[in-house]
Design a binder for this molecule. Sequence first.
Ligand code: C2E
Ligand code: CA
Ligand code: CA
Ligand code: CA
Length: 277
Amino acid sequence: NARSSGERYLFYAPRMNAALAARLALENELQAALELEQFELHYQPRVNLQSGAIVSAEALIRWNHPAQGLVGPVSFIPLAEETGLIRQIGAWVIDAVCAQQARWRANGGQIIPVAINLSAVQSAQPDLLSTIRGAIAKHGVEEKYLEFELTETAVMNNPDEAAHNLAAMKKLGVHLSLDDFGTGYSSLAQLKRFPFDFVKIDRSFIAGVDTNPEDAAIAAAIVAMAHSLHLRVVAEGVETRGQLDVMRSLRCDEIQGYYFSRPVAADKFEEMLRSGM
Ligand code: C2E
Ligand code: CA
Ligand code: CA
Ligand code: CA
């Protein structure tokens, strides 16, 4: 397959623009990566600001590429979304998180909720709920140990389909987070129709929260508004003690970022949990 696509590429190369050829090659490689099980998940802890304990983790996909090593999601998720391959990759992620939780439980470890990123395509997909239920049943995971992260652009792309799916997911008992909040154009009030449990403040605001008064004002407003709507707040991309202190003073609930830990492989994450960090 790789060989025949290589030949096709050579044949059309003179008339095909290089970017398009590269896209086609990547698309073929991505499809093969699924079959060859080259994807893996890393886990980044989310820490409660009151207790200092790890309370959940976000699963972040990586592509263990035979030649390029570990490739980050920004290099392939956008193309997967465009081509529709994200459906299969997304289903793989949901299954892999449930399988990982079953392994952690079998090892006698502590079980905490794991958050899964959903792309716009997935959040409007009619069979999303059955995919989630299937993975839960297959691996014997409790619904409350799963969380799903969606951006406002993802839900606003297909608001009715997304609202339908989110209501069904909420009923199932999984948690829901509004990811990257502040980067889009919607207000929390507009997003009230979606049953989110958490709001994650985008890292672009957190970066300047201890140096830029405007970023601090935005973060403060998001926390206050979210709390008045009974949502819990997570600060993303916390890298310094200064940022952490400001978010604590704003009564933010949880933080995630390099200050505590980068995303790490599953066994390393298990160790972190065991040692209580
Ligand atoms: P995201 O959902 O906003 O995930 C957070 C990103 O910020 C991750 O990048 C994480 O490694 C990074 N990050 C965390 N803490 C810090 C920090 O303190 N400083 C900085 N500079 N960065 C930090 P990553 O893993 O490269 O993922 C990028 C994006 O790819 C994610 O952004 C998400 O939109 C997407 N993605 C990742 N995994 C999946 C997946 O399984 N499915 C889908 N659909 N998208 C995914
Ligand atoms: Ca996320
Ligand atoms: Ca995010
Ligand atoms: Ca993001």
